[in-house]
Design a protein around this ligand. Structure first.
Ligand code: CS2
Length: 494
């Protein structure tokens, strides 16, 4: 490739000679959506759908303002800012080919720690009709043990004392909605795009808990003027590797400091409950339905839990990527059994969904060898993921005296994983907000396996469920004595 072109608005015409670029005039696009959390997933999903939509030139009201909320997001903010909000989406097809395009729907970027007022003003702007969120499963400040909003979080305490310069999403949303109310601006929609059962309900419940303490008189206005649609979001988006960046430069001659890589599959099922209008995302493949709960349940307990199963078992065995794990025939057999025997009975009938082919398609997606989804990514923040992805299946199975063997083995494997080494003695990279507690309890578990289940913010009252505790303890001891692979084989042959 002769010359290397830097990705930015000025160079777009040149870049368009190499890969598809926005053909709409980005200067004409007004911000109608504020999105908080501009990591890979948002850029492979909502921003992608929205970019497709903006190619209909009559649509000019639905540009996205991307907000980086945390100090941790400095790098992504600076990169996007430098590139005028542009980035390359690289879709890794099943046959190994790459489909690349430049996405242009993020028309503005803001860095909240640097300029909280600007973020509040943007969220309160009459042009903005929707605030969407990808703040991760752990970002909702929900305490599993108390089943309520966690006011002990120091950041939340900070926001209560410094309303004009908040740090958390709850502080921002509250102050922005307050401004809207005071200025007579209409309400808006707050749409979670995180992997949480009833993500809209969760957002509303957590926000109102905060509002009741911070600005109680705002509560009824929010109830009347703000909607919180539930949604199911799906597209596997691994972390971008340095090879992805250098390949883009070498093959296409495009210098993009942070492209996004993802799988070809995508799905977005949304409850049609938008208090101030919405983009016609259905014209670019999103599905609008009355009740999204069953779809969410299916996706969280099959796809996301499937990832967790492959991640935790694979990590102990020393694998690095999800495809390596699923290509171990015993692990994939285990995953099939887990899905068929323990998850499927909890799902009931899903109108219009063929569960067998859904499960089959998951195995194919997990097996995409080009995606190289990092096991470290999948196992990160497991303390926020297990309660949403795996434990609901355990509770349902407990209720109906169903099988718990597969889930128990995975949870026991997590306890051993939390000791920080794989079965070959290689250190594991554990990234988890609860890492210290997990490790402490994992060490106690060596004497008394039940100790791991005493982490109430994760397991709630599960430590008192004798049937589960026995299954877990059994599984734990077996892994210790025989290694994970033998346990997997034994269960597969039962
Ligand atoms: C993954 C998800 O983080 C995880 O554990 O399961 O990021 C998953 O890749 C996405 O939800 C796919 O839609």
């Amino acid at each position: 490739m002769a010359n290397i072109i830097k990705l930015n608005q000025e160079n777009l015409t040149e870049i368009a000679k190499r890969i598809p670029c926005p053909t709409y005039n980005r200067n004409n696009i007004k911000t109608g959506i504020v999105h908080v959390g501009i990591g890979g997933f948002h850029r492979a999903h909502e921003a992608f759908y929205t970019d497709q939509l903006l190619h209909d030139e009559s649509i000019t009201d639905w540009g996205i303002c991307g907000v980086a909320l945390l100090d941790f997001d400095t790098k992504i903010y600076k990169t996007l800012k430098k590139q005028d909000g542009l980035y390359t989406l690289i879709i890794k097809e099943l046959d190994g080919s790459l489909t690349k395009r430049v996405i242009g729907s993020i028309v503005e970027c803001l860095f909240a720690p640097e300029n909280p007022t600007m973020v509040l003003e943007k969220m309160a702007s009459p042009d903005v009709k929707i605030i969407t969120l990808t703040i991760t499963e752990g970002g909702y400040n929900y305490n599993e043990a108390t089943r309520s909003f966690d006011f002990t979080n120091p950041q939340i305490q900070y926001d209560l004392n410094h309303p004009k310069t908040p740090k958390t999403i709850f502080g921002y949303l509250t102050q922005a909605l307050k401004l809207r109310k005071e200025r007579g601006v209409k309400g808006c929609t707050i749409q979670s795009c995180d992997n949480i059962q009833g993500n809209g309900h969760m957002t509303k419940k957590m926000l109102l808990s905060y509002v009741q303490k911070a600005e109680p008189e705002l509560t009824s206005w929010i109830e009347l003027n703000v909607s919180f649609p539930n949604s199911m979001v799906d597209r596997i988006t691994p972390a971008t590797s340095t090879t992805d960046i250098s390949n883009l430069k070498e093959i296409s001659g495009i210098e993009d400091a942070w492209p996004v890589v993802c799988e070809p599959f995508k799905q977005w099922v949304i409850e049609d409950n938008f208090s101030a209008g919405r983009p016609a995302w259905q014209t670019v493949g999103a599905q609008f339905v009355q009740d999204v709960v069953p779809y969410e349940k299916m996706k969280l307990s099959l796809l996301n839990a499937g990832h967790t199963v492959l991640g935790i078992l694979g990590a102990l065995m020393g694998y690095d990527t999800i495809d390596q794990s699923v290509h171990n025939p015993q692990i994939s057999e285990f995953l099939k059994n887990y899905m068929d025997v323990e998850v499927t009975p909890t799902l009931g009938h899903l109108e219009g969904v063929d569960l067998d082919s859904y499960k089959q398609s998951l195995l194919q997606r997990f097996g995409n060898i080009y995606i190289k989804d990092q096991i470290d990514r999948i196992c990160s923040e497991s303390s926020a993921k297990f309660p949403i992805f795996v434990l609901p299946t355990v509770y349902s199975q407990l209720k109906k005296n169903g099988s718990l063997a597969f889930a128990s083995l995975v949870i026991a494997a997590w306890a051993i994983y939390s000791l920080g080494k794989d079965e070959h003695g290689k250190p594991l990279t554990i990234k988890d907000a609860m890492e210290t507690t997990l490790n402490k309890k994992a060490i106690e578990s060596k004497e008394n396996p039940r100790a791991f289940l005493e982490i109430e913010t994760i397991f709630g009252k599960l430590k008192d469920e004798e049937t589960f505790v026995n299954a877990f303890t059994n599984a734990y001891k077996k892994i210790e004595n025989n290694g994970i692979e033998k346990c997997v084989i034994e269960l597969n042959n039962k």
